[in-house]
Design a protein around this ligand. Structure first.
Ligand code: FAD
Ligand code: NAG
Length: 530
């Protein structure tokens, strides 16, 4: 390489990009020239801590999904981000749950706990977990075993119906489970009870839609659920905001490393020999800015952006990515999940304590259909204060409902949500003032061109192999004179077992930084040939 330091350009200042830059700069400060180019006006990407009235809230990543072994937890605790004088989102989130059916009737605890336990058993089975239930009325040893039996039977039924060629989906497996449960327990039951059971089951499916971002669970691959890994321990939120973690990673980079407002529009690379060893093999073109030449580029843009920018004619890459990449990109799932925050207004002398409201909607053709509820709220599972005594309420949305939410004005949201909620929590008292919302804020991950969705899932028709394929650096084969590791990939969607999370993005950033560190220590590209 002579005197020239290898130049590494990282595209995207989200968790993956900043982690890679951090690792490169701390492990080998003077070996490389490192740049991070970010199209947006801020760092963090899908981590977007924001303000709503006096409260600090998260529009993107919210939870550390299990503190055990989590690198995000390790950083947050090391920098003192886990406590704050100010209240924060979900500092306490386990208060009294009230489950209300759409016609305003209360769903009994017996029904909601039993059906939720059935649902959890089905998901545990799908995920290959043998979860130990806490002992409660509805999760006795007996029902636990019965539910596991139902799950096994449901999978068998799904497999014989779908045939071996097509993989079962989580959606069809779950519904099969409910059918079998009803087959065993349904006789002679009150029809209203069946309806409520179905509504609570659907509510649990809706929670699962927001966990996975699969707008439709019938597009979520059954077998991939077993590969997905979760960290152990408690799930917590970050008192000082999720952004404090990425700010910390950025703070140790040499000044000038991060370029904000630099949008890459074309990545030119050379999968065939390009002549001189000392010329840069990759050229980045930006919107309204100069080009940058590089030895290595680490692409961390979302799978949503890759889906939109790898097709013929629209490709970010020149030449376009090879088919093994574009096929994996188009097969994998990338859905939209959005959060909606509402400010509860009430006269000072009439403060309403809002419960953790779970909403159970019946099938859309049900006789109990509540016309005050707009279609885009009918698959929302809950509305609850962001912490005890907070005046800020939060709902999660997925799929086409989440996308529709992005198109509404604040007034439309306030209007439609308040009539829906009032019709459900005080239906018999139309004269009462009910609850009023004064302000709304929602995320817009689906329509933001820098994300085009929220996180990845393994869709029916794809598999963990596709996540691995996304991580493979290019070019694959190295003709004489061709440089290795021209284009590398990091980001949540490139991690086979921790995709969709911030720690998955973190691990992927480390993986690509280490790939480069090894590449230079081991003295060449032959390691990666073939
Ligand atoms: C609503 C929501 C809730 C979530 N909840 C959780 C949670 O509770 N726990 C959890 O662990 N994870 C959660 N996640 C997922 C988590 O936020 C992501 O997995 C993670 O932040 C992804 O990081 P990344 O670096 O892979 O990608 P990104 O954060 O998307 O970073 C990529 C960057 O590339 C930039 N970019 C795009 N195009 C270009 C271009 N052409 N040129 C230059 N730059 C470009 C983008 O602006 C972005 O900053 C949530 C996500 C969302 C949306
Ligand atoms: C990130 O937060 C800012 C407000 O702090 C908001 O304007 C922006 O729309 C958010 N991004 C997304 C994609 O929701």
């Amino acid at each position: 390489m002579g005197a020239k330091k290898p130049r590494i350009v990282i595209i995207g200042a989200g968790m993956a990009g900043l982690t890679a830059a951090h690792e490169l700069c701390t492990s080998a400060r003077d070996e490389f020239e490192v740049l991070v180019v970010e199209a947006g006006s801020r760092i963090g990407g899908r981590i977007n801590t924001s303000e709503f009235g006096p409260d600090r809230i998260e529009l993107g990543a919210t939870w550390i999904h299990g503190v055990g072994g989590s690198p995000v937890y390790e950083i947050a605790s090391r920098i003192g981000s886990l406590s704050s004088d100010r209240p924060w989102e979900c500092m306490d989130c386990s208060f009294e749950v009230r489950t209300v059916a759409e016609d305003g009737s209360e769903v009994t605890r017996a029904v909601s706990e039993l059906v939720s336990a059935l649902f959890d058993s089905l998901m545990d089975f799908a995920q290959g977990k043998a979860k130990v239930f806490e002992d409660g009325a509805c999760s006795s040893q007996e029902s636990k075993e019965e539910f596991r039996g139902i799950a096994a039977e449901a999978l068998e039924a799904c497999r014989s119906e779908c045939g071996r060629a097509r993989n079962p989906s989580i959606g069809s497996f779950l519904r099969k489970g409910l059918e079998i449960y009803w087959g065993r327990s349904g006789c002679g039951k009150d029809p209203r009870r069946n309806l409520d059971e179905e509504a609570v089951f659907a509510m649990n499916e809706n929670i699962q839609r927001t966990y996975t971002s699969a707008g439709d669970l019938s597009s979520l691959d059954f077998w991939a659920e077993r590969e997905y890994m979760t960290c152990s321990g408690e799930e917590i939120t970050i008192a000082n905001g999720y952004s404090s973690v990425v700010q910390h990673l950025a703070s140790v980079l040499p000044p000038g490393t991060i370029r904000i407002g630099w949008e890459v529009v074309k990545i030119e690379w050379h999968p065939l020999a390009n002549g001189h060893a000392d010329s840069y093999p990759v050229t980045l073109h930006f919107r309204d800015r100069a080009t940058i030449h590089a030895d290595h580029v680490i692409v961390t843009v979302s799978l949503g952006v890759l889906k939109a920018r790898t097709g013929p004619g629209t490709s970010l890459f020149s030449p376009p990515l090879p088919p093994f990449k574009t096929d994996a990109i188009s097969r994998l799932g990338f859905g939209t999940v959005n959060k909606l925050f509402l400010h509860l207004t009430s006269a000072a002398d009439n403060r309403v304590e809002f419960p953790f409201l779970q909403m159970a909607f019946h099938r859309p053709d049900s006789e109990f259909k509540n016309r005050a509820v707009p279609w885009w709220m009918r698959r929302t599972a809950s509305l609850s204060p962001i912490h005890r005594n907070s005046d800020v309420l939060l709902s999660w949305f997925a799929g086409k409902e989440a996308l529709h939410l992005e198109t509404l004005t604040e007034e439309e949201i306030l209007d439609e949500v308040s009539s829906a909620v009032n019709s459900m929590i005080s239906p018999s008292d139309p004269g009462s003032a009910g609850v009023k919302f004064g302000k709304a804020l929602r995320s817009k991950w689906g329509s933001d061109p820098l994300f085009l969705g929220s996180y990845s899932y393994v869709a029916v028709g794809s598999s963990g192999d596709d996540l691995d394929a996304l991580a493979v650096p290019l070019p694959l084969t190295l003709p004489r004179g061709c440089s290795a590791l021209q284009i590398m990939f990091a980001g949540e969607a490139t991690h086979r077992t921790h995709y969709s999370t911030t720690h998955g993005a973190y691990y992927s950033g480390i993986r690509e930084a280490v790939r480069l560190l090894k590449h230079y220590k081991c003295g060449g590209w032959t390691d990666y040939d073939g």
